[in-house]
Design a protein around this ligand. Sequence first.
Ligand SMILES: [Ca+2]
Ligand SMILES: [Ca+2]
Length: 195
Amino acid sequence: MGNNRSSALSKELLDDLKLNTAYSEQELADWYSSFLKESPDSRISRERFEQIYSKFFPNADATKYAQHVFRSFDANGDGTLDFREYVVALHLTASGEIDLKLEWAFSLYDIDGNGTINKAEVLEIVTAIFKMIPQEEQETLPEGENSPEKRTEKLWKFFGKKENDKITEGEFVEGVKNNIEIQRLIQYEKRHNHK
Ligand SMILES: [Ca+2]
Ligand SMILES: [Ca+2]
């Protein structure tokens, strides 16, 4: 089963992905064939990624956020996503393991990749998140978090940081893991229905 299809994936890559993600050989083979259908040259460009991403947010502008997500997935920084980067990305974001998700979220916020997050980086990501929130939904946000600046301030205070301090990966993962409120503030979850 699946031998013909999976033969398109090199054994080396397959073993690597099986080891580093929770996916089975069959799942990987199926994804590879749909990945190739979507991107025949077996690469996803930044532009293409933005297009795909934006489709999920038809009532807002997800371009900026998609650029940051792309950067966090483009492990070798060559401006395209290959199949390995794509699968690792799926694994990181779709995994139920909160530590993995938060490590990924940290890399999203650490824009310059220097291993710490400063306040300007938080503001940049939070601003990109705000662009994904439809206007009418923005108007329903609580007073203390209804602008990128206020939300950044709230996050920064939560970590107990002064203006020019920095957040390390350990602080980020531990802090966010133990606080549902902050988990909500560092991301945007599309509303499916109004509560
Ligand atoms: Ca790449
Ligand atoms: Ca940084």
